[in-house]
Structure formats: structure tokens, C-alpha cells
Ligand binder design. Sequence first.
Ligand SMILES: Cc1ncc(COP(=O)(O)O)c(C=O)c1O
Length: 348
Amino acid sequence: MPTSTPALPLIDLRSDTVTRPTPAMLAAMWAAPVGDDVYEEDPTVRRLEEAAAARFGMEAGLFCPSGTMTNQIAIKAHTEPLSEVICEQTAHVYLWEVGGIAFHSSASVALLVGDRGRLTAAQVEAAIRPDNVHYPTTRLVCLENTHNRGGGSCYSWDDMAAISEVAKRHGLARHLDGARIFNALVATGQRSEDYNQVFDSISVCLSKGLGAPVGSVLLGTQAFIQKCKRIRKVMGGGWRQAGYLAAAGLYALENNVDRLADDHRRAARLAEVLRQQPYVTEVLAPETNLVIFRLHERQPSADFLAALEAQGIRASSFGPQWIRFVTHLDVDDAMMGRIEAALSMVNS
Ligand SMILES: Cc1ncc(COP(=O)(O)O)c(C=O)c1O
């Protein structure tokens, strides 16, 4: 009987959101005690919210389906119509959340140009509106750590503290889009428990590098989270036996944080290999798990992506001639060998 060689598994470098739950995570989900979370009767959701809040020195948490929802709820809770949010021009909250700040909060946005997405305290201070009837009222500063569009760049503690000091002095709220905050913590060695000193609210995603299938937790004071719960409800985000999903998040927090260092090591190795390729003109030095690089103008992005796809490797375009690779839970060292071989086979 003819035998066929089994196809090699697809290597998906498009995002760290593509991971599938492991058998151990599924077992934790299967075993979760649950209840109706709108009645506040789901013990697993409660455990997740408390565990996430405790990690960041915050009083309370709110489990939501997505990072877009936690960010937009927080922005709405911190602002009102005719107010303004300060953020970087490529911040996820502005660029990739469907104009949600205008839609949900009727607020204006002051866009600043950062260094790989990072703002400085001086920039933030200069963007605060004077008290003048012609202007919106500045209410909120939004930072993103790590910064997606900046190639997984991290804030130093001193820079975050300086921005926080400016915000406090001017009576502004401080929100962190921490979709990949654990990557930043692992890369910098900062302590999550100290984050309550520099932010009023934090959105933490469980479905990116941590490998949960769904979910983000919004953190803040008890009063803030109570306000956010109403906003979640009006957005249709009140959910029922969400404990099955919260169990995946708890498993991820307990088991998948330290291993992010492996993703960072693999991203650094990919950057090294990419720098040796004649068809690559620039690689942003990876600080965490995102590798962003530019192809030579003779190398069309579509051809490059098709050549990788032919080797069972999927990646995505990140602007004209720019490509992004993301390392994550479902990329192992054996796959790294396949990626390196495929990169050296691309015809330039
Ligand atoms: C920095 C950042 N913030 C927020 C989000 C939104 O998360 P979600 O896809 O869960 O809505 C993402 C998604 O990739 C992100 O990269």
C-alpha cells in the first residue's frame, strides 16, 4: 500500500493570538466550578478577577471577552463627551479599535509620535490642553506596554513613573493597555505589584502570549470596576457561565508567564537570522516576542509570504515592505529550525 508522508504542522507566526489551549488548560476548563456571572455567582470568574488584581496591586478586576472591550470600557469610564485622551499615534486603542474612542466615549484624541510607540513625560505635558472654551478637556493618558506597532517595545520604569507624575499633577487618569504586559514584565524584570503606583486602570490580555483562548481582565479600584461593570453590560458583555473561560485564564496566569522568556529568546534568534538575509534591509531589535522587519524593495511582500506559505509557515504583512513575525506558545525549537531553513531558501 502506498504510504504518504504526514504533512508538517503549520507554523503560524502571524500573531500570539493563534494559540490553541493545551490538554492541561482544557482539563482545567472542564473541571471549573461555574455559575451565572451576571448574578455574580461564578466562583471561577471571581477567582480570576481577584488573582489578576492582586498581581498588579489593584483592588478589583472585571473579566471581559476581549482587550478591545477592556480598553474601551476603561476609556469610557475615565472620560466624558468633550474630553480628550492622549495616546501615541499607533496605539491600539486609537488605530485598531474601530474608532471606538469616538463611538463609545464621544471623546477627542491627541495623537503623539513616540519612539517605537513610547511617549515621554515632556511630550505628554506639552499635549495637555489649557483651560479654554475652544478646547476639549484633557482627561486621560493611555500607554501601551509592550507596544504592538513599536515591535513589542517596553517602557522603562522611570519613563512610566515620569509620565504618571505629570498626569497626576494635572489631574489626569492613567490607563495602561497591557495586552502584552507579561512580556514586558519578563523582559524588564519590573514587579507587577508596583504597577498600581503608576496606573489607575490596566487592561491585561490572557489570549495573547499567555495562551488562553479568550479573555482580558480590566483592573482598578472597587469603585472604578463597579462603574465599568455597567458599561460592560450596555456593550452586551455581561456573560453567564464564563468560569469555563476564566479557568483557562487562571491556568495561563499560573503556568504560562515564566515561559515567555523562551518566546523572547526565539524572537531574538529570528532577528539574527533575518539580518543575514540579502533581501532584508532593516530589523527592529526585538525586545520581547515581536519581530518587525523590512524587505528590500526588489522583494515583493506577497512573494515573500507565498514562499514561506509554501514551506508551511504563515506570517503577515505589517505595511508596505514590512513583515511581522510573532513567537508564542505554539512555536517550539524544532519549528525554529524549519523557519531558519525556509528563510535561507527565499529567492531574492
Ligand atoms: C496592544 C493591543 N491592545 C489591545 C488588543 C485588543 O485585544 P483583542 O483582540 O482581545 O480585542 C490587541 C490585540 O492584538 C493588542 O495588540
